[in-house]
Design a protein around this ligand. Sequence first.
Ligand SMILES: CC(C)(COP(=O)(O)OP(=O)(O)OC[C@H]1O[C@@H](n2cnc3c(N)ncnc32)[C@H](O)[C@@H]1OP(=O)(O)O)[C@@H](O)C(=O)NCCC(=O)NCCS
Length: 146
Amino acid sequence: MLIKRAVRKDTEEIVHVEMHSGYKHPPNFDAFKNTIALFNDKKERIFIAKENKKVVGYITLRQDKNNVGDIGFLAILIEYQRKGIGAELMNYLETYARRNNYKELVLVVRDTNEKAIQMYQKHKFIIVGRRKSGDKIKLMMSKTIE
Ligand SMILES: CC(C)(COP(=O)(O)OP(=O)(O)OC[C@H]1O[C@@H](n2cnc3c(N)ncnc32)[C@H](O)[C@@H]1OP(=O)(O)O)[C@@H](O)C(=O)NCCC(=O)NCCS
């Protein structure tokens, strides 16, 4: 498995992963537009996991103020889940964050997304807040980078 920074020609494969990770998006979610916007944002980093040249997962990190990194997206193709790829992407991102002097990583996750919450807790993220979004509850999680 190879992890590297994504380039624009990875867009279609990233969209494919996002749409085939089992995550239920809101009805107006447009993965294609979203991925293009990520590439257009100079503060975003997109990292992809490749298996036999195929993109099977991705994670994004946005540099916010005060050296805070926001993990916006993380998804693994369903058939590649539970093989440690999500964990490898998280480790890669944390190493990147540490080398680039980030002080904190933050993310938001639905309170019903148990596998993601378990994964983040395993990576020492803690719940720092809760907010209502329509009829859903979202958890804010954070981890200090040492
Ligand atoms: C969440 C997600 C990224 C995990 O990726 P993954 O590659 O399957 O995860 P890993 O195999 O690296 O597992 C890492 C840890 O995550 C947790 N986990 C993963 N799948 C799980 C499941 N089905 N049930 C419970 N815990 C799970 C476990 O703590 C696991 O560690 P363990 O295997 O030692 O118990 C993946 O399930 C996914 O793409 N989900 C849909 C998209 C999504 O919800 N993204 C997060 C949005 S905030």
